[in-house]
Each structure stands twice: as structure tokens, then as C-alpha cells.
Design a protein around this ligand. Structure first.
Ligand SMILES: [Zn+2]
Length: 400
């Protein structure tokens, strides 16, 4: 199995030579990195097929973790085969691509669902002109001033870390650095470096609203990506010697677990009213915002959150070439309430990452159902199950 794992890592890195977004993190043996010469896509596809054969069917019995490891390699290799087909120019539909890369069937929501949420929001923001403009005018009152950004993020990261460390034993010496960048299609990114260190980048192209602080601190940091990567490194790479976890191919089924846990991690760290209390007492004052507006703001955000799948619908139509970039941006403005500049940034994200968008919302829902089915509302149990998921090779089809 360790030999197969080594081949898998080498193959992942070789695919990365053709696809600059493919290898999200690698901290395994440096000598496994490919030389300057590229292996052709056809050769890589053949090697993946050969490795799939070597891996063979899953063992019928045995240790749960060993079984998950086998399942993990099986799924990751089939994601890799699909990504290679795409790199060779094959065009998959949005739904076929999501199934092939991320191991899921993406549900579809009708426009009437989004419209009913928009009707609710209309009542909160009565007036003329597009609803997105009225919503944005309100939301601009909750922007973190640029000169307070770092103070607010640092506070939020500290709070998320402290809450996570109460329940999860974090590896010794873990830490990350934050950088502020511009000109990206994403709003935040965690680059895991290995050795329990991350580099987190925050895109400041567009105004950053107050809800972004806790979301980003939890999603990219604690108990999200940083903790996920650090626990995989500790439990699987270091303790068990499973080197395949020292590489993270972005366009693979692992991403649904990564984004799903990162997004659900926000509610794990701040259950019930705890977030509102924290925002009111700490973050709003740190950002120089009036805490009296916090409750109303988060009520509105909870409604807007129900529009999350509108992004999937826009991406589905855009990737299937039913609509063009301008129409996709218009769809996002109308159904996801994104102002034009943000909608355009999102369409650039579709161009770069395609069906990856489903990992955020569908991933979150799948992780929430999996965790809550086990925790039954118990806070300690919720953290235990969350930690177990973050420390295991479990993939989307294993959440059912
Ligand atoms: Zn993420």
C-alpha cells in the first residue's frame, strides 16, 4: 500500500506540471517531485489506470481506517483520471464534472426557491430599483474600515483558535501567517506549508464586511483548513506514515470534505447565539461599528445564506454554456444578491475552478448532516465527531 501511495503522490505532482491550480499543498519527500521534463497527459492517464489496477477492489473486512485509506486512494485516483480527461480537452457537463471530481450528485433548486427568499428580503428593504442595490446600500454600513482590518481579523482568529483548542488538541507549534493580497478570483485562501504551518491570504479587492472576520478565521484557520491539514499531517502522515496525505490535489473528492468542514466549522465554533454575542461584544466595537445593528445584520445574513445554492445554478448554466459570462453575473446579482463587482469576481472563479463551487455549500450541508446525526445536539460530541472527521481519510460517499 505504501508503494501505491508513493506512486499516487508522484502522479499528483506530475499532473500539477500541466495544471498550476492542481497541487494545493505538498510537504512530502522533496525527491518525489518531478524533474523539469513533463510526462505527457496520455502517459499520465495510462499510469493512473495501471495504479487503479494495482490498488484493486476494497478489502471486504479489516480495520476501519485501513478500509478508508483504500477507499480514499480509489476515489482520488478516479478524480485524477477525470481531471486528466479535462486537461486533454474533454468537456464535461457541470453535473458530470462534479460527480467525477468530487464524488457527489449536485441537487438542483428551482428559481421559485430563491424567489421566495428574495420576497422575504424585499419586505426588509422596501423601495424601488433592484433589491441587490438596496441590500448593498444597507450592507455598506457594515464594512470593516481598511485600517482596522488586521486588528479585527487578529481578534477573530484568536477567538476561533481559543474555542477550537478547548475541544481539539492542536499539534504543538502550529501557527499561521496572514497576508493581504489583491487581484485574485477568491476572497481568501489557505496555503498549507507542512510542519503545522499555514499561509493565509486575504483578498482586499472588494469591501470586506464584518461577517467575513469570523467566517474567514474559522474557514481558513480554526477549526477549518489549517486545523484539517494539521490534523491530517499529525495523525495520518506522521503517526501512520501514510504519505499520500502530504499532497492535496485541489480538483479531487477531498475538497468537498475540506470546504464542507471549513464552512460547517463556523457553526461548530460558534453554536446558537454565541456568534451574535461575540460579534456584539468584541468584533463590532473593534471594527468601530455600532453593536446595536448586529442582531438585524445577522438576521439578514441568515436569509441571504438561503441563497447559497444560487451560485451553483449560475455555475451550472455557465459551464454548460447555456449562458455567457455577463448573463452569469446578472444571475448572481439577481438570485445571489451579489453586487456587480462581486458577481464578476465570482464568474472569474467559475472560469478558474468550475464546479468546485459546490464544495462550499453542498459540502457544508453534507458535513452538517453527518456530524449532527452523530452528535444529536450535544456540544462535546459535536466537536469529537468533527475532530474525527478532520483526522480521517473519509470522503463524500463515506458521509452517507
Ligand atoms: Zn476554503
Amino acid at each position: 500500500m505504501d508503494t501505491i501511495a508513493e506512486h499516487y503522490v508522484r502522479l499528483t505532482l506530475a499532473v500539477g506540471q500541466h495544471d498550476p491550480d492542481y497541487v494545493d499543498a505538498y510537504y512530502g519527500p522533496p525527491e518525489w517531485k518531478p524533474g523539469d521534463e513533463k510526462t505527457s497527459l496520455d502517459d499520465l492517464a495510462q499510469r493512473v489506470a495501471a495504479l487503479q489496477k494495482d490498488l484493486g477492489p476494497a478489502p471486504a473486512s479489516g480495520d476501519d481506517m485501513e478500509r478508508l485509506r483504500h477507499q480514499y486512494l480509489t476515489k482520488q485516483l478516479s478524480s485524477m483520471a477525470a481531471r486528466l480527461r479535462m486537461l486533454k480537452g474533454e468537456r464535461l457537463t457541470f453535473d458530470d464534472e462534479a460527480r467525477a471530481l468530487y464524488d457527489v450528485t449536485v441537487p438542483s433548486q428551482p428559481e421559485s426557491h430563491f424567489q421566495s427568499v428574495l420576497d422575504e428580503l424585499e419586505k426588509r428593504f422596501p423601495g424601488s430599483g433592484p433589491l441587490v442595490d438596496r441590500y448593498e446600500a444597507y450592507r455598506l454600513g457594515f464594512v470593516i474600515p481598511k485600517d482596522r482590518l488586521d486588528t479585527v481579523f487578529t481578534a477573530a482568529i484568536g477567538a476561533c483558535r481559543e474555542r477550537t483548542a478547548r475541544y481539539i488538541e492542536l499539534p504543538p507549534g502550529e501557527s499561521f501567517t496572514v497576508e493581504y493580497v489583491t487581484g485574485k478570483s477568491w476572497s481568501g485562501y489557505n496555503w498549507y506549508q507542512g510542519g503545522f504551518k499555514s499561509l493565509i491570504q486575504v483578498n482586499t479587492d472588494l469591501p470586506i464586511y464584518i461577517d467575513r472576520a469570523v467566517d474567514l478565521a474559522c474557514h481558513e484557520g480554526y477549526p477549518g483548513h489549517h486545523v484539517y491539514n494539521a490534523l491530517l499531517e499529525k495523525h495520518l502522515v506522521k503517526d501512520r506514515g501514510w504519505k499520500e496525505f502530504a499532497v492535496y490535489p485541489l480538483f479531487s473528492s477531498q475538497s468537498l470534505i475540506a470546504e464542507g468542514t471549513a464552512n460547517y466549522g463556523i457553526a461548530v465554533a460558534f453554536p446558537g447565539d454565541e456568534r451574535l454575542a461575540y460579534e456584539t461584544q468584541v468584533l463590532f466595537p473593534a471594527a468601530g461599528l455600532d453593536p446595536a445593528g448586529a442582531r438585524g445584520y445577522y438576521e439578514v445574513q441568515a436569509l441571504v445564506e438561503k441563497l447559497a445554492y444560487a451560485g451553483n445554478e449560475a455555475a451550472r448554466r455557465y459551464i454548460n454554456k447555456e449562458i455567457d459570462a455577463a448573463q452569469a453575473a446578472a444571475w448572481l446579482e439577481k438570485y445571489a444578491l451579489m453586487p456587480r463587482a462581486r458577481a464578476e469576481q465570482r464568474v472569474r472563479f467559475f472560469d478558474q475552478y468550475r464546479s468546485y463551487v459546490i464544495n462550499y455549500n453542498l459540502g457544508k450541508d453534507m458535513v452538517r448532516e453527518y456530524i449532527e446525526r452523530r452528535a444529536q445536539g450535544d456540544v462535546t460530541k459535536r466537536w469529537q465527531e468533527f475532530e474525527r472527521l478532520l483526522s480521517s481519510p473519509r470522503l463524500p460517499s463515506g458521509l452517507e
